[in-house]
Design a protein around this ligand. Structure first.
Ligand code: PLP
Length: 393
């Protein structure tokens, strides 16, 4: 095959996104000029503090929160750890409740933390099942909350299959049971509407690199009245909830990226949804043995994920890469690990079917021409692999 001569097509925005030039520009000032420690009282410290607080207010406004309800973190994983550990420990101390209700399809940052909380602190995690499309049933949550519960944690949208949960409905159930709801909104913010009051969430974790901000920064929204035991102890930063000097340049970059994304989030979601649907329809029609994973309706606007009968994701991804297309086999964290996906297993898709899982996640630069090219290449690659398999039999 000829090496690819066209511009590469990046379709792995659920793994990470390119940092936009305006975001780099916004950070530059806080690396070079306003480099003070935001806790210092001199001029350099004050200008860093001003940048930090401006970023805090602007981020808070985008999700309908108050500035003091934003805790800056190092990543989405940290936000999930903070919420699960900080709220569960404080709630158990206050109420005696020992159960944490979550779902079988959470990111490892939640699932591993739940295991740790069980092992280290004796918590009892309860994982709700999902249906074949990756959806949690509100009635299952209602039933689970019949027993005293310290915390509920349910992701807003799934990274592997793109399914969006009925979070506002789950929030209402939690509110009625007086149990705080945490959501991992790492994949959802800028793609789905996020208002902390409408969703009735007590905590929400976010990561900047999923929306064109830098890696290594995120935030946790924590509702004012929510019991919380600080998990990073030290100085009194972040209202005593997360000690450590704030990374002002990255935080400013995250705020800028969020501003840029939110400026036309609805229009961009509509544009991407049309491209996504074209990709889904044409791949399902054009490739024998292709199946969509996750919900067709309740799905992230930029996300299309599939399994291909009898094929391995790795061979498809290599073929795509050679054709200049960057995609992934599901979550960036488990791809390459050669382990069956816990998300697909929970949806009833077990190996060997799950070994052929491919995820395309579109972005700001994705065009209709790109989608047509991807469909053509996918047809060629899968046909070649199917032919090679038939020959080997
Ligand atoms: N939660 C979800 C749903 C994710 O998709 C990811 C990353 O892919 C994370 C958490 C972890 O975020 P971070 O990479 O910022 O630690």
């Amino acid at each position: 095959m000829q090496p690819a001569t066209r511009d590469p097509i990046y379709l792995d925005h659920s793994a990470t996104t390119p940092v936009w030039p305006e975001v780099v520009d916004a950070m530059q000032e806080f690396f070079a000029d306003s480099y003070g420690n935001p806790s210092s009282i001199h001029a350099a410290g004050r200008s860093a503090y001003a940048g930090l607080q401006k970023a805090r207010s602007s981020i808070a406004a985008h999700i309908g929160a108050g500035p003091s309800e934003i805790i800056f973190t190092g990543c989405g994983t940290e936000g999930n750890n903070a919420a699960l550990r900080g709220i569960s420990l404080a709630r158990r101390a206050a109420t005696g409740a020992n159960r944490i209700v979550s779902t079988a399809i959470e990111h490892h940052a939640v699932l591993e933390t739940l295991e740790d909380l069980a092992e280290l602190h004796g918590f009892e995690p309860v994982l709700l099942p999902v249906d074949g499309l990756g959806r949690v049933a509100p009635s299952d949550l209602e039933e689970a909350l019949q027993e005293p519960t310290a915390l509920v944690s349910c992701m807003y949208a799934n990274n592997e299959v793109g399914t969006v949960q009925p979070l506002a409905e789950l929030g209402e159930i939690c509110e009625a049971a007086s149990v705080p709801l945490h959501t991992d909104a790492v994949q959802a913010l800028t793609r789905e509407p996020v208002s902390v009051d409408a969703l009735k969430v007590a905590a929400l974790s976010v990561s900047a690199h999923k929306f064109h901000g830098p890696k290594g920064v995120g935030f946790l929204y924590l509702r004012r009245s929510t019991p919380f035991r600080p998990y990073m102890t030290g100085g009194g930063h972040e209202g005593g909830r997360r000690a450590g000097t704030e990374n002002v340049p990255l935080i400013v970059g995250m705020a800028k990226a969020l501003d840029l994304c939110m400026a036309n989030a609805a229009d961009e979601a509509t544009r991407l949804q049309a491209l996504r649907d074209e990709l889904i329809t044409n791949l399902l029609e054009g490739i024998e043995g292709a199946h969509l994973t996750g919900s067709r309706q309740d799905r992230l606007s930029h996300h299309a994920s599939f399994v291909f009968d009898g094929l391995e994701a790795e061979s498809i991804l290599i073929g795509l890469d050679m054709a200049g297309i960057m995609a992934s086999s599901g979550s960036a964290c488990t791809s390459g690990a050669h382990q069956p996906s816990h998300v697909l297993s929970a949806m009833g898709i077990d190996p060997p079917a799950s070994y052929g899982a491919i995820r395309f996640s579109l972005g700001r630069d994705t065009s209709g021409t790109d989608v047509e090219y991807v469909v053509r290449q996918m047809q060629r690659i899968t046909q070649q692999l199917q032919a090679a398999q038939a020959f080997a039999m």
